[in-house]
Write a new protein. Structure first.
Length: 218
């Protein structure tokens, strides 16, 4: 009996330690729960349609799993993904959210998704050139007035949902302060789109605004 216990004792001790480690990793580790806000990602978005979601850009997941898995590093990689490959026309579509939409670390499970559904509206994508409206935050110096303004470029191209783009009459510059301006000043200012669903068709750009001032006749 003693010989059976001591034969290959090193291998047996190693096997015992490995088994104990696996048992601790799978059973003995403390399990935690967490409520995590997660951004929604869209896959295979149709090239000719715009996604118009409800006022919601993230959902909350109630997760549970080992303490070593529910850490900041792992949780920042959790995502909710919606595959839009089968969307081919305008209209509404409701999606259920659950384990099939989630990318979770190994060993982590979802108990609840809040909300459990999201409704998206799909609308035709439209591109249009719109004029740029110059805004001022302060008047010219006393005794002067604006007689002309030139904006270059005078228009910007925007893209977005058809109804939003059609309703957008102009883009706006940041407000320009003329209170200390003299002569024919030139300003480089950003362009702002007042509709959050509409975006510039291309990188954000600065526009040049040349203002002509003249003395008001007495």
């Amino acid at each position: 009996m003693t010989r059976l216990l001591t034969e290959n004792a090193g291998w047996k001790l190693s096997a015992l330690l490995i088994s104990a480690g696996l048992w601790y990793a799978l059973v003995g580790e403390t399990e935690l729960a967490a409520s995590v806000p997660v951004a929604i990602q869209f896959q295979n978005v149709p090239s000719d349609l715009e996604v118009m979601a409800e006022p919601l850009d993230r959902v909350f997941l109630r997760l549970r799993g080992p303490a070593t898995r529910l850490n900041i590093g792992n949780l920042t990689q959790v995502t909710v993904r919606l595959d839009l490959a089968d969307i081919h026309k305008e209209g509404e579509r409701t999606f259920s959210l659950g384990p099939g939409n989630l990318q979770l670390p190994a060993g982590v499970h979802v108990g609840q998704v809040v909300p459990s559904q999201i409704r998206l509206t799909f609308q035709k994508r439209l591109t249009k050139d719109i004029p740029i409206e110059v805004r001022y935050s302060g008047p010219p110096p006393s005794g002067y007035r604006v007689v002309n303004e030139q904006v270059s470029p005078s228009k910007v191209r925007v893209i977005g949902p058809e109804s939003n783009v059609e309703d957008l009459a102009s883009a706006q510059t940041d407000a320009i302060d003329l209170s200390s301006a003299v002569g024919n000043p030139e300003f480089r200012v950003p362009v702002y789109l007042p509709d959050a669903q509409v975006r510039l068709d291309g990188p954000a750009t600065l526009v040049s605004v040349k203002v002509s001032l003249e003395k008001i006749p007495e």
